[in-house]
Design a protein around this ligand. Structure first.
Ligand code: IMP
Length: 434
């Protein structure tokens, strides 16, 4: 029966993959419910580094049902490359299932993403240029190609033609681009279809069966609450809903099938791409956090913007997701700072103060963090494995976060390795749920 949803509580890159990987051992099914290969996560297992963009993290456990839900947008070229890379390393990928209703990223989506950004110039969003926005746009316009369409040449050709037709003008600069040739595009995507056919399924039914059998199901979100198209820092957001409510839509379950929602947040904040970031550190402290935390994107390699923890934003993410627990990652990155600042409210240009995350774009763009200073710690915490191993100041920091957000901290990351975790609470129910 238990379903646990894992979501990002900031602007993405919070370390969701590591938490999902940790829980996946006890789960029967792991379902990604939105986003696409704009996401990226790194799992370090026995010193081996695995990078995923589409495949759910649980794939490293043989036989687990790893599901790409209907809410995900799939670039089949990226997916087949990921499958090939895993197979080459001897990983059993037979548990992968892809929703027949998941939408497919087509070559024109990639071109339109890049063209759209170029057109925006200085106002660009800083997308990952993976075609995510244009693919979701086609889904909403009912011009999308779905995984099931890759299994029928006639239908595929018809749908591609219908999808391209209204884009003729925007695609004119790419007239000679070989990836847009109807025949070769159809053939290439049919080939993907043949390759992926054994994985394509009615994935909602698989999730229902697992829930009905009282198995643990993990709903794996990508990106984070502040990149949500409805609730994030629009228009500097992604084109899907990375919040817990979207797990229902993107996996095909009801709200009662989600029993816990864990929000993952770094001990500080990062953001990639453009858009407001009230606690951004444009100085040597920010640079130090970036260097120590290795804050460079898994997907695009871009340097991430860095800043202090933002409590109003975290409280907002907590409310929107209905968080039941927090996981604080990368706490070790803050070791060595004499003082740690935490944003408690914002100030505007006219001296106005805001205690809550501003809903208005103009206000948010000018909001600057107002901080309290907490004591830091100098000890290396990477070997800590229980709360009592942590320095008092680190424990106080976690307690402060829990108090100010009203959400208990379940676990803490103290290094990149799978075992570099401190559980702050017992997890007996979870183990029993498996
Ligand atoms: P898109 O999702 O590629 O359209 O990009 C829209 C915005 O979301 C950009 O600011 C990206 O940098 C950001 N974004 C998308 N995916 C991720 C992610 O996995 N981590 C962090 N930022 C992301």
């Amino acid at each position: 029966m238990p379903g646990i949803c894992i979501v990002g509580a900031q602007w993405g890159d919070e370390g969701k993959g590591k938490v999902v990987d940790l829980l996946a051992e006890q789960a029967d099914a792991i379902v990604r419910f939105q986003g696409g290969n704009n996401a990226g996560h790194t799992i370090i297992r026995d010193g081996e580094v695995f990078k995923f963009h589409l495949i759910p993290s649980g794939i490293l456990y043989p036989g687990k049902r790893c599901i790409i839900g209907n809410g995900v947008v799939v670039d089949p070229g990226v997916l087949t490359d990921e499958l090939d890379a895993l197979k080459a390393r001897g990983i059993d990928t037979s548990g992968l299932r892809i929703s027949a209703n998941a939408h497919v990223i087509m070559p024109y989506h990639l071109l339109l993403d890049t063209a759209g950004e170029a057109k925006l110039g200085k106002l660009q969003i800083g997308t990952t240029r993976r075609g995510i926005g244009p693919c979701y746009a086609d889904k909403a316009a009912r011009l999308g190609i779905r995984m099931q369409d890759l299994l029928d040449e006639r239908i595929l050709k018809k749908k591609i033609t219908a999808a391209i037709d209204p884009k003729r003008l925007s695609l004119r600069p790419y007239d000679k681009d070989p990836s847009l040739d109807l025949q070769s595009m159809t053939e290439a995507y049919l080939t993907y279809g043949h390759r992926l056919e054994r994985h394509i399924a009615d994935t909602a039914r698989i999730v229902w069966d697992a829930l009905d059998a009282d198995k643990l199901v993990l709903y794996e979100g990508a990106q984070g609450a502040l990149l949500d198209i409805d609730h994030g820092t629009y228009p500097f957001v992604t084109s899907s809903n990375p919040i817990a409510g979207a797990a229902c839509v993107g996996a095909g379950v009801g709200p009662k099938d989600i029993h816990e929602v864990w929000g993952i947040a770094k001990a500080y904040v990062t953001r990639v791409g453009s858009g407001p970031f009230p606690t951004e550190l444009d100085d040597e402290v920010g640079e130090e956090i970036r260097t120590r935390g290795g804050e460079f994107g898994t997907t695009t390699g871009r340097a991430r913007r860095t800043g202090w923890l933002d409590i109003p934003a975290l409280r907002y993410a907590s409310r929107i997701n209905g968080l039941t627990s927090l996981a604080i990652t990368k706490l070790d990155v803050l070791s060595g700072f004499q003082k740690i600042k935490v944003c408690m409210s914002y100030s505007g240009p006219d001296g106005a103060e805001f205690e809550n995350f501003p809903y208005h774009q103009s206000v948010l763009h000018h909001a600057r963090g107002e901080y309290v200073e907490l004591d830091g710690w100098t000890e290396d915490i990477t070997e800590c494995r229980s709360p009592s191993d942590l320095p008092t100041a680190a424990r106080d920091y976690l307690q402060f976060i829990a108090e100010k957000t009203g959400v208990p901290v379940m676990l803490v990351g103290v290094g990149p390795g799978r075992d570099q975790i401190v559980w702050m609470r017992d997890v007996p129910e979870l183990a029993a749920a498996a």
